[in-house]
Ligand binder design. Structure first.
Ligand code: ADE
Ligand code: ZN
Length: 315
């Protein structure tokens, strides 16, 4: 099946072998980042964020990011993905400085063009990091707004959801929205229904995760009425301990309530998953098959942050 993926962090998709190779080239010490088996080592979400940032710190140049993007898109293509949207943080690409960001972006855009020839199309969502606060987010929003267009088609926010309120970031989301970018925000992962409401108040048409909306049926109805799409990453939620297993994940209850959703991997090597693996686990947990997965992919295309012509081609 041809697949569309809307929630994939470029840095979080870096395989350990890739990070180790770059670290060796640059002689960076990564003590504490990997366990004895060579997997990313973390126990909980704060630990995950720490290791994520430490691993990403080895990527220091536009060329490093170009190499990473090529590796990640190749892997996605092998999973049957024909269109993907990647979260990329200017904070990691030269400290959210606009001039540095343009250099990183130039290198990545070239790779995305080349990879079209391998059957995979991509767009990027500039991503602010919530726990760094609203002032730092503004710098990322400016990077996004100033480079909106060809490859950059969205703006979003990840990081520690329980720090502050999403609405503290209104300026950044308005700035990106006025530049014509699609808006999405991580919410309803570590925060409850109120956190999802705040993300909706920012003008988001998609919510990253959003699964804890299930705790409030009024909110679920509101999401349905507004045609908001949830970017659901069940393997990520289970690996991070949000739900104990696949059977208890709320994705099927959300789908039954009429919520539009799609399936994504978030940070696949961190969670020992792949898009195929997610589909397989959902198929065995809920008896889902081609009909359900086609519908999720169609919703993903309809809510994607690309132009109508590209959407038509992907249908
Ligand atoms: N950044 C990368 N993965 C994330 C997640 N699951 N939640 C919040 N921020 C993230
Ligand atoms: Zn995410």
């Amino acid at each position: 099946m041809k697949k569309t993926e809307l929630h994939l962090h470029l840095e979080g998709a870096a395989p350990p072998s890739f990070i180790r190779a770059i670290a060796a080239e640059k002689r960076v010490d990564l003590t504490g980042v990997f366990d004895a088996r060579g997997h990313y080592a973390y126990d909980d979400f704060p630990g995950f964020l720490k290791v994520y940032e430490a691993a990403t710190s080895v990527l220091k140049t536009p060329r490093d990011y170009a190499r990473l993007l090529a590796e990640v898109l190749e892997r996605s293509a092998e999973e049957g993905v024909i269109y993907t949207e990647l979260f990329v943080s200017p904070e990691f690409c030269g400290g959210a400085d606009l001039s540095a960001w343009r250099d990183y972006l130039g290198a990545m855009t070239e790779v995305s063009q080349q990879m079209k020839g391998n059957g995979i199309e991509s767009r990027a969502i500039v991503t602010a990091i919530r726990h760094l606060g609203p002032d730092r987010a503004r710098k990322s929003a400016i990077c996004a707004a100033e480079t909106a267009g060809d490859w950059i088609t969205g703006f979003g926010m990840g990081g520690a959801e329980t720090v502050g309120k999403a609405t503290d970031f209104t300026w950044s989301f308005d700035c990106a929205g006025e530049a014509g970018l699609g808006l999405t925000c991580h919410a309803g992962e570590w925060g409850g229904p109120e956190s999802v409401r705040e993300a909706i108040a920012l003008g988001c048409t998609r919510i990253g995760h959003g699964v804890r909306a299930i705790e409030d049926q009024d909110l679920v109805r509101d999401i349905v009425e507004r045609d908001i799409l949830l970017e659901v990453c069940p393997g990520s939620n289970i690996a991070l301990g949000l739900f104990p297993d696949w059977a208890s994940h709320p994705i099927s209850r959300l789908a039954d309530a009429g919520v539009r959703l799609c399936v994504s991997t978030d940070d696949p090597p961190f969670f020992h998953t792949s898009l195929r693996h997610e589909y397989e686990r959902l198929a065995s947990a809920f008896g889902w098959g081609e009909e359900e997965f086609r519908k999720f992919n169609q919703w993903a295309v309809e809510s994607s942050f690309c132009d109508n012509e590209t959407q038509q081609r992907l249908r």
